[in-house]
Design a protein around this ligand. Structure first.
Ligand code: F3S
Length: 108
């Protein structure tokens, strides 16, 4: 599967969803996740993300390996719905886009 990492938190640019051929992105309040049961590993979303938040599972930076399990868990939450069309990023995206260690900011 492909995995959305912490860089997405509080930014949510959504450029990724426009190109997904299988509509596997799910939207939470301040993060998108990939449903691993639907992702076909096509990789077209990777270059679309302005903050390089998306990785193939096997290419994840060591400090983001925990996001594989979290993507799978969040994808199954009933309030996380499919998102297939790009929309505006979150209002504070500029402030958050270069920050790391944003996991505590993740809203469900
Ligand atoms: Fe998130 Fe990047 Fe998509 S910030 S919403 S993974 S374009």
């Amino acid at each position: 599967t492909h995995v959305v990492t912490e860089a997405c938190i509080r930014c949510k640019y959504t450029d990724c969803v426009d190109v997904c051929p299988v509509d596997c992105f799910r939207e939470g309040p301040n993060f998108l996740t990939i449903d691993p049961d639907e992702c076909i590993d096509c990789a077209v979303c990777i270059p679309e993300c302005p903050v390089s938040a998306i990785f193939a599972e096997e290419d994840l930076p060591k400090d983001q390996v925990h996001m594989t399990e979290l993507n799978a868990e969040l994808a199954k939450l009933p309030n996380w719905k499919s998102i297939t069309k790009r929309k505006d990023p979150l209002p504070d995206h500029e402030e958050w886009k270069d920050r790391t260690g944003k996991l505590s900011e993740l809203a469900r």
